[in-house]
Design a protein around this ligand. Structure first.
Ligand SMILES: NC(=O)c1ccc[n+]([C@@H]2O[C@H](COP(=O)([O-])OP(=O)(O)OC[C@H]3O[C@@H](n4cnc5c(N)ncnc54)[C@H](OP(=O)(O)O)[C@@H]3O)[C@@H](O)[C@H]2O)c1
Length: 323
């Protein structure tokens, strides 16, 4: 089968197409003939910085859709030919993947495999951030960094659906602001001025929930606009700055909670919890009309091109590889 492999860390050019044997399912696993693979910003971090890469060569790709090819020992509930979407710990940019059955989901009725590939990572992440970690309540005000990206596009819609009284987004360009305004956001601010803008929009009170995938200075500025009893959830370091550190001086005065989230850790340590969150999150698509538009689709051999686009910070919504 054809797959993309990374033999050294570096620019998009290190994504190389290779011919390797298709995997067989181990106990508790299924194999999937891949139709589409979703791109995630974590793939860019893995390729460029070795984020969560244990050893080289490394097969990138955290999510796919396709049809079940074979079922391993001890797996129940899946049969060959069934349409599924899978969350993986790598290896998704390939014609065939092996996945733990615990993180394989039936594609909800009425959804295409193309839409299926957009679901496994971004949607449970956004849902978990808002409802489990952020503990979203009716009437809360919510601020979301990276509002036009994959997670940001669905997080805006989920916050609105969850009863937020105002949903504010932050983006790096006016084009992205236009996209976010179609995705549940009431107001979208540019990164340069967002802290002053949020203070203005909330009458100086700050927001109840803030989600930050950027880190560094953006994290600190986001913390400065979280209001009393507010919750700030850090879930990425897109800016590649030094990790933040905070203490009583930042959290005591307004009783702010700061939390983190990792879908990869949850998938590895508690796949059942991921399953529950994913099930609730997928329902917002089938029953609630939440959408994650695919803004570009690439052939497997053009994975480098897809990474260039994701890194350029000009893409919106979701990018897919068509296998
Ligand atoms: N912890 C978890 O479980 C988890 C799960 C999924 C994703 N994530 C994180 O969530 C974020 C979004 O992931 P995604 O896959 O949906 O990607 P994405 O949003 O499609 O693309 C990356 C986003 O990062 C923003 N960004 C801000 N500063 C950046 C910088 N210095 N360089 C590049 N991008 C920058 C970009 O928005 P602007 O250009 O508008 O700033 C863009 O929206 C990433 O940080 C990812 O690592 C975390």
């Amino acid at each position: 089968m054809r797959a993309i492999v990374i033999e050294e860390f570096g620019g998009p050019e290190v994504l190389t197409v290779v011919d390797i044997p298709a995997p067989e399912p181990g106990p508790g696993e299924v194999t999937v003939d891949v139709a589409f693979a979703g791109l995630n910003f974590a793939d860019v971090k893995a390729r460029s910085e070795g984020y969560r890469v244990e050893s080289l060569p490394f097969l990138p790709g955290l999510e796919v859709s396709g049809t079940i090819r074979a079922v391993g020992a001890g797996v129940e509930g899946f049969t060959p030919g069934q349409e599924v979407a899978a969350f993986l710990n790598g290896g998704g940019y390939a014609e065939v993947v092996a996945a733990p059955a615990a993180t394989v989901f039936t594609v909800p009725e009425g959804l295409s495999l193309r839409t299926g590939a957009t679901l496994p990572s971004v949607l449970p992440t956004a849902y978990g951030l808002l409802h489990e970690v952020g503990r979203l309540r009716e009437g809360d005000t919510v601020l979301i960094q990276g509002a036009a990206g994959g997670v940001g596009t669905v997080a805006g819609q989920l916050a609105r659906m969850g009863g937020a009284s105002a949903v504010y987004g932050v983006v790096s360009s006016l084009d992205k602001a236009e996209h976010a305004l179609k995705s549940g956001y009431d107001q979208v601010f540019l990164a340069d001025t967002f802290d002053a803008d949020v203070r203005g929009a909330t009458g100086g009170k700050g927001v109840d929930i803030a989600l930050d995938p950027v880190g560094g200075e953006t994290f600190r500025r986001t913390l400065s606009v979280v209001g009393r009893f507010g919750r700030l959830v850090s879930f990425g370091n897109a800016g590649s700055e030094e990790p933040w550190s905070i203490g009583p001086a930042e959290t005591y005065p307004l009783a702010i909670s700061v939390a983190g989230f990792s879908i990869l850790n949850m998938a590895a340590a508690d796949p059942q919890r991921l399953r529950e969150i994913a099930t609730a999150a997928f329902r917002t698509v089938t029953d609630g009309g939440v959408e994650l538009p695919v803004s570009a689709e690439f052939a497997l051999e053009d994975a480098a091109e897809a990474h260039r686009l994701l890194e350029s910070r000009t893409s919106t919504g979701k990018l897919l590889l068509r296998i």
